[in-house]
Design a protein around this ligand. Structure first.
Ligand code: ADP
Ligand code: ADP
Ligand code: MG
Length: 643
């Protein structure tokens, strides 16, 4: 076994690999970009080497710098994780030329499987069923080939990956346009515009087989169903596949092992099949799509049902040990799901999002694979994955309800996430019944991507929290007691207004458009209209998040905007938040007009100007420049009518 390895990756997968190394007593070297200098994977590793840069090209794709880091630190091997350099055969050659071990298959096996057309040819020769279609060299008669195959067809970039360079074509009149756009996308993403054409399989299910080889023989660790996809990208994966029969499992497992052995595969790999499920799962209706020559994102579901640590096996086989078990020693226990949690804006069309994770709390019910901690940032430079949630239970139904619970107990504030979308999927009837295919999400995309609408009780909690956001101690609010504060709640649909009246001792009356609620904050948590609720309310620098079954976020862009409104027309100017008084612009007896500057408060690293709420004369100034004030402290008072 190795004593020290370098991990040429970042985020959750780097952390995942370090975890197994730590358990086995293998020391680890992390590499990182400038952006990731303080990242979780860096702090977990025994040593870390900076690659500099921000983008992948400036950092995690710099093969030479990574090899130099391994040599300099005395690492014996490099684990590539997934993505980045993991399927780059030139990198494997360079690693081996430097007398280091690449933890993965040979450059030759990666090359054999690297292009989809060449891989399909090879698989046909090895007796593995492939999707009917055209995967020839010539690229000048593709429309005729599509006609021969019969519509609908799928155009695929031979160098494709991650669902890019792929177009479904329903009929001949759409072919040329689809071909052009597939080619240009492929050229941009992979520097190769060659394509192949496949029959578009009916009621397609994506079922893949985990294989593991030692360079000569291979075993399989059963299947994963990854049919829950959006734009050809996996969303929730599970193992075993729902409705799988022993015959189908044997047939697919044997085909996958043949595929691996045909290229002398060493290490962990995945053989992806597309299954025509229009007539159930039939042994003559599954077809090889591609082989991914690396550890796969969704490997945890396989680990959960087999009890195998795939990273441990990778280290063992790469260090020259034989396959740890024979095929008949592997069994399936229970059922597992994995959900991919991303920072993405679902209503905006699943746009990648960024942000600082002001609050991050995971459920105890799930295995969590993550590369971030509370306070970390989701940067625009890499994949916006926050975590993978994996659950395991005796039955599929139990595992699915466990996933639903784990998702609803996940609390994230500071960025938008796809949690509501994932939760909606766990409640989807067809999914619950195991009736999955790759079109499921798209068919129901509207219902699935609907954002939960906060009820009035949730709004009332948010209103109280946004009022107190800049004052940790609610007791500081006695001074505010006689006031009725206007709070604007910024929520997805439209802003709404709440009026909050502190009644003392942590009790508030909140008037909303159609209803009034009483909110109380007690040592045991929140009460709404007298009833204890299991809501968690989190204040962040940009707003308030209420976690109550779902996650609801309310932006509070400028606390002072509320402060200025507070008790509109009031004679008293109070500190809207704790801070430092920078300047006081008035003295008793001064005449002021509405909007005149009274004082400047520095808080939250920003200066806030406090202005006169109406025309009048200053009665008293109860603060001075340099004073530290609490939220609610009286600063300036205007002379009343009768003074
Ligand atoms: P990538 O390299 O981008 O992962 P794949 O060839 O694995 O490309 O295909 C990605 C996804 O596209 C599959 O998971 C499946 O949902 C869909 N797909 C691929 N080939 C077919 C096909 N012939 N018929 C129907 N769907 C397909
Ligand atoms: P529990 O979930 O432990 O029963 P809660 O305090 O969360 O307790 O719920 C109290 C009541 O509020 C229940 O009737 C529940 O259905 C309801 N409830 C739960 N979440 C919300 C929410 N986000 N908005 C409004 N009502 C909710
Ligand atoms: Mg694929």
């Amino acid at each position: 076994m190795f004593t020290k390895i370098l991990i040429a990756n970042r985020s959750e997968i780097a952390c995942r690999i370090i975890q197994t190394c730590a358990r086995l007593g293998v020391r680890t070297v992390a590499v990182h970009s400038d952006v990731d200098a303080g990242a979780r994977h860096v702090s977990l590793a025994d040593e870390a080497i900076s690659l500099g840069g921000q983008t992948p090209a400036e950092s995690y794709l710099k093969g030479d710098a990574i090899i130099a880091a391994a040599t300099a630190t005395g690492a014996q091997a490099i684990h590539p994780g997934y993505g980045f350099l993991s399927e780059n055969p030139d990198f494997v050659d360079a690693v081996e030329a430097s007398d280091l071990t690449f933890i993965g298959p040979s450059a030759k096996a990666i090359r054999a499987m690297g292009l989809k057309d060449a891989a399909k040819k090879l698989m046909e020769e090895a007796g593995v069923p492939v999707v009917p279609g055209y995967h020839g060299e010539a690229q000048d008669n593709l429309a005729a080939e599509a006609e021969k195959i019969g519509y609908p067809v799928l155009i695929k970039a031979v160098a494709g990956g991650g669902g890019k360079g792929m177009r479904i074509v329903a009929g001949p009149e759409m072919f040329e346009e689809a071909l052009d756009s597939a080619r240009s996308e492929a050229l941009k993403a992979f520097g190769n515009d060659r394509v192949l054409i496949e029959k578009y399989v009916e009621k397609p299910r994506h079922i893949e087989v985990q294989v593991f080889g030692d360079g000569k023989t291979a075993v399989h660790l059963f299947e994963r169903d990854c049919s829950l996809q959006r734009r050809h990208q996996k969303v929730i994966e599970e193992a075993p596949a729902p409705g799988m029969t022993p015959e189908m499992r044997d047939a697919m497992g044997q085909a996958a092992v043949r595929a691996a052995e045909a290229v002398g595969y060493a290490g962990a790999g995945t053989v992806e099949f597309i299954v025509d499920a229009s007539d159930g799962l039939r042994t003559d209706r599954f077809y090889f799509m591609e082989m991914n020559t690396r550890l796969q994102v969704e490997h945890p579901v396989t680990e959960e049902i087999t009890g195998v640590d795939l990273v441990e096996w990778q280290l063992q086989v790469a260090s020259g040990q034989p396959l740890p078990v024979a095929q008949d020693e592997l069994t399936i226990t229970g059922h597992a799901f994995e959900a991919r949690l991303y920072a993405e804006d679902v209503p905006a069309g699943f746009l990648p999002a960024t942000g600082t994770l002001a609050h991050l709390a995971f459920s105890e019910r799930a295995r969590i694979d993550t590369g971030v901690r509370p306070g970390d940032e989701i940067s625009p430079f890499y994949d916006p994955m926050i975590a993978k949630l994996t659950v395991h239970a005796g039955t599929r139904a139990d595992a699915l309800s466990k996933l639903e619970r784990a998702l609803s107990q996940t609390q994230i504030a500071g960025t938008v996430t796809n949690i509501a979308f994932l939760t909606a999927l766990t409640r989807h009837e067809g999914f619950a019944a195991g009736d999955v295919d790759t079109g499921l999400i798209e068919r129901d995309i509207e219902t699935l991507s609907a954002q939960p609408v906060p009820c009035t009780r949730t709004q009332a909690l948010a209103a109280v929290a946004s009022l107190t956001a800049y004052d940790g101690a609610l007791s500081g609010f006695t001074l505010w007691a006689p006031l009725r504060h206007e709070v604007v709640l910024h929520q997805p649909d439209a802003p709404s207004t709440a009026y909050v009246s502190p009644e003392g001792q942590g009790v508030f009356t909140v008037e909303l458009e159609s209803v009034t609620h009483q909110i109380a904050q007690t040592a045991e948590g929140w009460r709404v209209d007298g009833a204890k609720v299991s809501a968690d309310v989190i204040q962040t620098p940009t707003g308030v998040s209420v976690f109550w079954g779902n996650a609801y976020h309310f932006d509070v862009p400028d606390p002072l905007a509320r402060g200025a409104d507070a008790g509109g027309g009031s004679d008293m100017t109070l500190a809207p938040m704790p801070g430092l008084v920078k300047t006081v612009s008035v003295k008793p007896g001064d005449t002021v007009a509405e909007g005149d500057r009274l004082a400047v408060l520095e808080a939250m690293k920003m200066e806030h100007t406090l202005r006169a709420a109406r025309d009048g004369v200053i009665a008293e100034v109860t603060t001075q420049a340099g004073a530290q004030v609490k939220a609610g402290d009286l600063l300036v008072r205007l002379r009343g009518e009768d003074e």
